[in-house]
Design a protein around this ligand. Structure first.
Ligand code: OGA
Ligand code: MN
Length: 299
């Protein structure tokens, strides 16, 4: 029987009674979709699925994103987060594959750097380290509700500029080629999102490069203050991986990050990402250069 049990923290639920190696019924999917909206993070243990089964299941939630240029799994419907090289050995920390692992250790929402950001992500633990390498989540609905009223007034209506090149440059400024950067130009996103349920969420993360109309120093200070508030332990769920866990999370209402682990230990996770259905704000023209020029004028 399909059962949802709240996780030990203040959000998220553990799901039992499904075997994702076979198609699930419409009734089961409906219950799962409702639970996804409510709990924001769903944990399904003991799901030894393969790539095709993961794609089939994830597709029930909507169109899947295609993996971007420069990422592992490029052009397919799966993103492979692994430190295992083509020869089967763990790659050294200097390897390009590590950059994505390190960048994922910064709080973020998947694809917030795209004009239509992701709805959901589904991450399957294929090979997980014995210790470390957890994935953590923040419920940003809870964060919004807990923010002091003065802070809410300060940020409501602000527009953030999200840029993948910015978050990757924090780990390695040489990581992305010019061609890769050109494929993911900066986009505008509201700093506060309203979900169909009416819930409001703070919407920030490592891809945020700037805030429209705000000097860079003030924007960085505001973002740091908001993130420090958001990542208080009361708002965080830490997932310690077991092999064959499947996590489903709502990218509209959560931030997540990977935690460090011993780099000699193999770790391989496979993600399917469900696209959202519309841009949150008008995008054209998303000219960060123009934005920078405007900021210079304003300073
Ligand atoms: C992801 C991600 C973090 C991790 O799959 O989108 O950010 O723990 N993963 O690997
Ligand atoms: Mn991610």
């Amino acid at each position: 029987m399909l059962t949802f049990t709240p996780l030990p923290g203040r959000f998220g639920a553990s799901v039992t009674g499904l075997d994702l190696r076979t198609p699930i019924s419409d009734a089961e999917f409906s219950a799962l979709r409702v639970a996804f909206d409510e709990h924001a993070v769903l944990v399904l243990r003991g799901q030894p699925i393969d790539d095709a089964q993961q794609i089939a299941f994830a597709s029930r939630f909507g169109m899947l994103e295609r993996t971007r240029l420069g990422a592992q799994g490029q052009g397919s419907e799966l993103t492979i987060l692994t430190n295992i090289g083509p020869d089967g050995a763990v790659v050294p920390p200097s390897h390009r594959q590590w950059i994505n692992t390190l960048a994922n250790q910064l709080w973020h929402s998947d694809s917030s750097f795209k004009p239509i950001p992701a709805l959901a992500s589904m991450l399957s633990g294929r090979i997980v380290p014995a210790n470390g390498g957890e994935t953590e989540f923040i419920d940003m609905r809870m964060v919004w509700n807990a923010l002091p009223d003065a802070w809410k007034a300060e940020i409501d209506g602000l527009v953030a500029i999200h840029n993948l090149a910015h978050s990757r440059a924090q780990v390695d400024p040489t990581h992305m080629t010019a061609q890769e950067r050109a494929g993911v130009p900066p986009v505008r996103q509201p700093m506060v999102r309203t979900l169909p349920s009416g819930a409001r969420c703070l919407y920030i993360g490592s891809h945020v490069e700037a805030i429209e109309g705000m000097a860079q120093q003030a924007a960085r200070a505001l973002l740091e203050r908001l993130l420090a508030f958001a990542e208080q332990p009361a708002h965080v769920y830490t997932h310690a991986w077991q092999p064959h866990d499947l996590l489903i999370w709502d990218n509209r209402s959560t931030l997540h990050r990977g935690r460090p682990f011993d780099p000699v230990q193999p770790r391989c996770l496979v993600r399917a990402t469900v696209a959202g259905d519309a841009p949150l704000l008008e995008q054209a023209p998303v000219a960060l250069e123009a934005h920078r020029a405007r900021e210079l004028v304003m300073q």
